[in-house]
Design a protein around this ligand. Structure first.
Ligand code: NDP
Ligand code: PYR
Ligand code: MG
Length: 767
């Protein structure tokens, strides 16, 4: 039934939206803007050149500006979800949400525009004038019947796709779920009786698409607040409702539901009763799609009909029939062929594509995003889930092909195979991977100690960590001070576990444990007492070592080395790891590169460097990538032959002798490792493709590289360094870490707490 890990309080929803930066959207430049030359190119005088080019050839706007990948999400707030007419300003959170979903799922740049008018002419005039800015217009949450007039007018007046998502997006997803639910219950379209509650934007479009797919006109009874829309009804009608008036004697919605095979709710919350569901045909299909609360809850249906297939618009129940599955990919396909519009052919292609995808074997990475729940085609999985990465490579090609076949494409895609490959890289698998790894934490409730909880950044991170459902933060700091800070941030301290050495009943246990470890390393009992009482990192590490917490995150207030030294007094490296190591992730669009060892081993010997390569490869596999390790230096395979690179060359020989089970080579320079053309100059090299793991010759080069990357990159990010190889899960952040980085590192700490015991290097399988 309901997935409780996705439940949250109203306060959490508000906190999520105000956390870090208010809202869900920000802009990033796509060109460097660092030097005077950059400025000259981007703005005056350089910008004059594309200005003239566009004036001479209007189509070149797609080559020189962001227009071709830019979609506006536009609303006037007259039908916000199922909440009604709450005005343009109140619509902004939903519209920001749609804009970020465009980016997240289909790499489409998008921002929201809320228009403060209910007047159709004023609305159309405002939108029409925006045509040069956008490649497409997504209309959203505009009530009927005005939405029909607005969309029709804009489609006629604009030569870019104008798509009212509540109409067509919803219809496409509903149609896909409908096809599969009929299949699962052995029904044929011609014999299926459908009752629809709602006769507005979404319902009218759904009715049209289902009929276009073959549902006979009189098999669909549409109902509004006044009951069934029948032929001859006059009150509360408009031309769009009239088009679906059925030849029936049923007058009330309740009557219509008797014996119905399918119910489709696109109306408002709690508008269907259990008695109505009881009166439906065997194996009823129930799509209660009002948002945020459905027409009837799945639990209520289950209580009276064990044989129902149930879907809602929500993500916390199985079968989320929601337009999020469609609009990102439909626009992706339309933009990529510069379609003039999104027509019926494109909608049908998307609907069939979604229906087919649900019948295919679901890859494991989808299960990871859904807390390990493996899905397979059946009553609880009639439609793909939003985090399914296959959507991106499946739906846009079908939409693009349909646009080309139906003559609305301005540009052709000749090679669909390479288009699919390009779609895959757009998806940024690394970010998706991070996200899905973190998603897998939901419900595990791992206890992560935030060792510096008096710091505001840390508290905000702990709040964010809890709100994201990644685990239970344990806040270490003076109890009163932490509680006061939480209160000042509008958070109830009782919702958090706050610990300090002063009040901890476990203090003596921690002292005894640590004294046992340190008594022959120069520490007297009173030294150890002082450490436990005064050093937050020691106290926190003791909590983890003695099982009072699963993991810890720290590092904001003290230097990395000092922190690591404290932690290592309490926790040992994992067997097989003489020393832990730091692994930094450089993540850019379509490419992830790991750098090791960025924090611990200062001047590794050849043997140690080989160990680092083995451990890094193992960690990278654990994070979901197949490692290709380059051992870096300033020279390439002995050119120039210099003594400073000897230990790197020797490390490569050691790895060859050990017969490790991953690709590696060196010594080589960073550009050879990363650039396929340069790598091709060394046909004997053992790397089949450019490296994704860079083992640096020493700490200075490793540390300098990742810090430079993290300061200089604008459209990529550096994550970590992750501390790898401790016997308990500890992550040490950089002192400069922002709140969001802290949340990520705490999530990595929580993930580390569940890792299986890793293989020691000497246990590595020979290749
Ligand atoms: N899951 C999804 O992907 C989507 C879900 N939706 C949901 O569909 C619903 C409607 O949205 P939309 O079409 O944009 O809105 P509209 O305002 O255009 O239409 C609402 C329609 O619902 C009818 N209605 C509302 N309450 C009742 C009720 N209690 N009994 C009977 N009819 C009722 C109205 O009847 P009348 O004409 O008599 O006023 C009207 O026909 C919303 O809840 C929305 O969240 C919408 C889009 C996507
Ligand atoms: C999902 C959506 O667009 C709606 O409920 O309005
Ligand atoms: Mg909507």
């Amino acid at each position: 039934m309901a997935d409780d890990t996705n439940r949250f309080s109203d306060e959490e929803a508000l906190r999520f939206h105000s956390f870090d930066k208010p809202g869900k959207l920000a802009m990033v430049p796509s060109k460097p803007m660092a030097t005077q030359r950059d400025l000259s190119l981007a703005y005056s005088p350089g910008v004059a050149v594309p200005v003239q080019a566009i004036a001479d050839n209007p189509d070149s706007i797609f080559d020189y500006t962001a227009r071709g990948n830019m979609v506006a999400v536009i609303s006037n707030g007259t039908a916000i979800l199922g909440m009604g007419n709450l005005g343009a300003a109140a619509a902004k959170p939903v519209m920001e949400g749609k804009a970020v979903l465009f980016k997240r799922f289909a790499d489409i740049d998008s921002f929201d525009l809320e228009l403060n008018t209910e007047d159709v002419d004023a609305f159309c005039n405002a939108v029409r004038l925006l045509e040069p800015t956008f490649g497409g217009i997504n209309l959203e949450d505009i009530k009927s019947p005005e939405c029909f007039l607005i969309e029709q007018r804009l489609r006629e007046e604009m030569s870019i796709p104008v798509f009212h998502d509540d109409q067509h997006g919803t219809a496409i997803i509903t149609a896909a779920g409908f096809i599969n639910a009929l299949d699962l219950t052995g029904r044929k379209m011609a014999d299926t009786k459908v009752v629809m509650l709602g006769a507005g934007a979404a319902a009218i479009a759904c009715a049209e698409l289902l009929k276009a797919m073959g549902l006979p006109h009189n098999n669909l009874l549409m109902c509004d607040r006044r009951g069934v829309i029948y032929q001859g009804r006059e009150d509360g009608m408009n031309q769009w409702k009239s088009a679906h008036a059925a030849d029936t004697t049923d007058r009330s919605f309740e009557e219509a539901m008797k014996g119905a095979d399918v119910f489709i709710g696109l109306a408002s919350r709690n508008s269907v009763t259990q008695d109505m569901v009881r009166s439906m045909a065997a194996k009823p299909i129930i799509f209660a799609m009002a948002n945020p609360d459905p027409e009837i809850w799945p639990e209520e249906v289950a209580a009276v009909r064990g044989d129902a297939i149930m879907a809602t618009g929500r993500s916390d129940y199985p079968n989320q029939v929601n337009n999020v599955l469609g609009f990102p990919y439909i626009f992706r396909g339309a933009l990529d062929v510069r379609a003039k519009s999104i027509n019926e052919e494109m909608k049908l292609a998307a609907a069939h594509g979604l229906a087919e995808l649900a019948r295919e074997e679901v890859p494991d990475e989808v299960a990871t995003a859904y807390a390990g729940k493996k899905q397979s085609f059946g009553p609880d999985y009639i439609i793909p889930t939003p985090f399914d990465p296959r959507l991106m490579e499946t739906i846009p090609p079908k939409v693009a092909q349909a646009a080309m076949d139906s003559g609305v494409a301005r540009r052709r895609i000749e090679d669909m195979g390479s288009y699919r490959a390009q779609l895959r890289t757009r998806q940024d698998p690394s970010l998706a991977r991070l996200n899905s790894m973190f998603e897998s934490l939901k419900g595990l409730k791992r206890r992560v100690v935030f060792a510096e909880a008096e710091e505001e950044r840390v508290l905000r991170a702990a709040i964010g960590f809890k709100a994201a459902g990644y685990g239970e933060p344990v806040l270490v700091g003076y109890d009163d001070a932490v509680a006061d800070q939480l209160r000042a941030m509008g958070v109830n301290p009782d919702d958090f576990d706050i610990r300090s050495a002063k009040t901890s009943p476990r203090r003596e246990d921690y002292v005894n444990y640590l004294y046992e470890r340190l008594q022959r390393r120069g520490h007297m009992l009173r030294d150890v007492q002082r450490l436990v009482n005064r050093d937050r990192n020691i106290f926190s590490a003791c909590m983890v070592a003695l099982g009072d917490a699963d993991a810890m995150v720290t590092g904001i207030t003290r230097h990395y080395w000092q922190v690591l030294e404290s932690v290592r007094k309490v926790i040992d490296p994992m067997p097989g790891y003489p020393k832990p190591m730091g692994l930094s992730l450089y993540i850019s669009r379509g490419r992830t590169v790991y750098i090791a060892d960025t924090t611990v081993n200062e001047r590794p010997t050849a043997e140690e460097l080989a160990d680092i390569a083995v451990h890094a490869a193992e960690a990278v596999r654990h994070l979901g990538h197949e490692p290709r390790v380059a051992l870096l230096s300033f020279s390439n395979f002995g050119n120039p032959m210099r003594a400073k690179a000897n230990h790197v060359r020797e490390a490569v020989e050691i790895l060859a002798k050990r017969g490790v089970n991953f690709e590696f080579d060196g010594e080589m320079s960073a550009d050879t490792a990363l650039n396929p053309d340069l790598l091709a100059l060394y046909p004997f090299a053992r790397l089949s493709e450019p490296a994704n793991v860079l083992v640096m010759p020493a700490l200075h080069s490793a540390n300098i590289s990742y810090k430079m990357l993290s300061e200089l990159s604008s459209d990529s990010r550096v994550v970590g360094p992750l501390l790898w190889g401790m016997s308990k899960s500890v992550q040490v952040v950089r002192m400069s870490s922002r709140t969001s980085e802290l949340v990520n590192m705490a999530a990595f700490a929580a993930l580390g707490a569940g890792e299986p015991k890793r293989t020691a290097p000497d246990e590595t399988d020979p290749a």
